[in-house]
Design a protein around this ligand. Structure first.
Ligand code: SF4
Length: 680
């Protein structure tokens, strides 16, 4: 008989939805949004409804695989777990013995966001003395930039935006990547509020907004400074707030004087009149709310952009008004103590750190210290996701590199592996989830038995640890014991949540105020920092600055700036394994302005070759004035096998890092495009 079980979406999405999973005879029949979850409110995105076919897909990996053909040929033979772990143990010992433990590199990210299994390998690799991976690829620049102005920790609750009268969605395609925030924004609209979207292209959210401000990618700081200049010039300031709660405002004013709306227009492409009008609306709003997305951070000066946007509310004192403020991330997971699980103390002092963005360089032998001889990948698909794909894929294909992958599907990374270990899905394991777009935490237990011989990550790392003689308690504790440790954090924001509370499986709200900034700012000065000593100490400009930055490799030779935002049907590279979603997504496209298309002889629907020094990919042209001239957009992220030329968009992106936080500048790259002759 069918029964309904509670579960949590494990994907890297701020919404961390509560699911109702219908199970019949050990099989998942349907996945729906939990109507009792205060943020999910009973509906899901276009992806999650496909979970039954994803979990029970005929493509699902159900047995360990050992490569038997050439690397990348996709030829494997099925082996037992015993044999698979024998092979991996031997390879780990060999690499550590011959080249030193730093020749082993774990590579993981956010393919599963549950706190137990996402962090399940950390203690193992620390104890092994392996190179330490810096998990930077997505959010670290956005987080660091925002923190430079306002301090780290939680930000304004999205739910409070229902009381805003002006909502600025800055660099986030909310309807695609943060869908469950939208009802709160709509609630504000029904009360008379307006929604403004600031984004380089007319994405799905911009189409539904009251106003779309289209700017050049990488010019967000200049636009924020243009807005601030109007506020100062017209005296629309909360001087009391500035005096009491900010640092360095007077030093900032001479710099700001340079950013008239006319100068900001030159940098951003946004008309000066539109900048003036938005600044006035922002000042006049009783409760202006900013949703600060990731887009502005994916630039060489991404930290500066995030920091500058974050300063806007300080000028009008918006931090202290109901419904006002700025939302970046809620970081609910910080209420838990992860150290007893991840055990950073087990790592040898001074062990080598490798930025995950620069995997291509790492595999090409461009690191100090021993070459990488064993790469163990889990919760990640670097062959598609990491920048400079040609270099990454060449590295993965090295004959002298042993690659092991824990996965649910034969991704493009797994195809290049020597050993593939089948992973259990979120519906087959116990875990604890903490949203980063809301303040709810929730524990989930298995809804079905593990499919085939797939295994949860924790059990695999614990068995390997046992084989290597590691005896610390973290290598034998079960999921529930670990969740109890996580709760033992002493954080006042935990709000008294206990294990039995969590074990009931319902979402629970951690203790966070709607507007944490009312309690002060977690910066070194305790104030909003217009002047940042921390930036000065990093050798960076301590004051906000709006100078744009572009891929230096392509300057003067490639004339289109490429951005690669998410597509509705995929989440990073996940869901490319669901045929219905690949079909629904349609072909991989390149959106470009009609003037750029005409100059290159490209018309709507043409197959175009998009290229730069790093590589090329083939995309279908979409020609519309939904982007500024000189800018092009490739929504993704498609696996290479789903594109006409077999090469994904990251063949065009560089490994360059943003100014702070170590993330990749995914949106700074310059490319060219040309039609592919029909016979090609
Ligand atoms: S991907 Fe996001 S919106 Fe979709 S179900 Fe998961 S958490 Fe919800």
């Amino acid at each position: 008989m069918a029964e309904t079980k509670l579960a949590v979406c494990p994907h890297d999405c701020p919404d961390t939805c509560g699911w109702l999973v219908q199970v019949d005879g050990g099989r998942v029949v349907s996945v729906k949004g939990d109507p009792d979850h205060p943020f999910t409110r009973g509906f899901l995105c276009a992806k999650a409804g496909h979970y039954p076919s994803r979990v029970h897909s005929p493509q699902r990996l159900t047995k360990p695989l050992l490569r038997e053909g050439a690397k990348g040929s996709g030829r494997f033979k099925e082996i037992t777990w015993q044999r698979a772990l024998d092979v991996l143990q031997r390879r780990l010992e060999e690499a550590a013995g011959r080249f030193g433990p730093e020749s082993i590199l774990p590579y993981f990210y956010a393919g599963h966001m549950g706190l137990v299994h996402r962090n399940a390998g950390s203690a193992f690799f620390h104890k092994l003395g392996a190179s330490r991976l810096l998990p930077t690829i997505c959010s670290s620049t956005a987080t660091a930039g925002h923190a430079l102005s306002l301090g780290s920790g939680p930000s304004t609750d999205v739910e409070s935006a229902a009381h805003a009268d002006l909502i600025i969605i800055w660099g986030s395609n909310t309807l695609t990547t943060n869908l469950h925030a939208w009802p709160f924004f709509q609630e504000a609209r029904q009360r008379g509020g307006r929604i403004v979207v600031i984004d380089p292209y007319r994405n799905r959210t911009a189409q539904r907004a009251d106003l779309h401000i289209m700017l050049r990618p990488g010019s967000d700081a200049a636009l924020a400074l243009g807005l601030m200049q109007v506020l100062v010039d017209e005296g629309r300031l909360d001087r009391r707030f500035i005096k009491r709660h900010t640092l360095g405002f007077d030093e900032f004013l001479p710099r700001l004087a340079d950013y008239t709306p006319e100068r900001a227009q030159k940098i951003t492409g946004v008309p000066a009149a539109q900048i003036r009008a938005l600044a006035r609306d922002y000042a006049q709003a009783k409760a202006p709310f900013i949703r600060s997305g990731y887009g502005p951070a994916r630039q060489l000066k991404g930290g500066m952009a995030m920091r500058t946007v974050a300063l806007l509310p300080a000028l009008v004192g918006a931090f202290h008004k109901k419904g006002a403020g700025i939302h970046r991330s809620t970081t609910s997971s910080t209420v838990f103590d992860l150290k007893r699980l991840t055990r950073p103390d087990l790592a040898p002092p001074g062990v080598r750190a490798v930025n995950m963005v620069q995997l291509g360089d790492a595999l090409a032998g461009r690191l100090q210290g021993p070459p990488v001889k064993l790469l163990h990948v889990y919760l990640c698909n670097p062959a598609v996701v990491a920048p400079d794909s040609a270099l990454v894929q060449a590295g993965l294909a090295r004959e002298d590199l042993f690659v092991s992958v824990q996965e649910m599907f034969l991704t493009e990374t797994a195809r290049l592996a020597d050993l593939v270990l089948p992973s259990a899905s979120c519906l087959e394991m116990t875990d604890l989830y903490a949203g980063y777009g809301h303040y709810y935490v929730q524990m989930s237990r298995p809804a079905i038995p593990a499919v085939g011989q797939s295994r949860p990550l924790l059990s695999v790392f614990q068995e390997l640890a046992g084989r290597l003689g590691f005896s610390e308690e973290v290598f034998s504790a079960g999921e529930e014991a670990i969740i109890r440790w996580l709760l033992d954090s002493g954080s006042p924001h935990l709000g008294g949540i206990t294990f039995p509370d969590l074990a009931a499986g319902r979402p629970l709200r951690v203790k966070a105020p709607a507007n944490p900034y009312q309690e002060g700012f977690a910066t070194p000065s305790g104030k909003v920092e217009f002047y940042s000593q921390a930036m000065a100490e990093m050798g960076l400009d301590p004051l906000p600055d709006g100078a744009p930055s572009l891929d230096p490799d392509g300057l003067g030779r490639y004339r289109l700036q490429l951005i690669t935002p998410p597509r509705r049907e995929f989440l990073n590279s996940s869901f490319n394994e669901v045929p219905e979603l690949v079909d629904k997504a349609g072909p991989a496209t390149l959106l470009m302005h009609p003037k750029d298309a005409e100059a290159r002889g490209i018309v709507e629907g043409d197959l175009v070759r998009v290229f730069n020094d790093r590589g090329q990919c083939l995309l279908v042209a979409q020609v519309a004035a939904e982007v500024l001239p000189g800018v092009c957009v490739a929504e993704g992220l498609y696996w290479g096998v789903h594109t006409p030329g077999g090469q994904g968009i990251n063949h065009l992106t560089s490994q360059r890092l943003a100014d702070v936080g170590g993330s990749n500048a995914f949106h700074c790259n310059l490319v060219e495009a040309e039609p592919v002759p029909e016979a090609a």
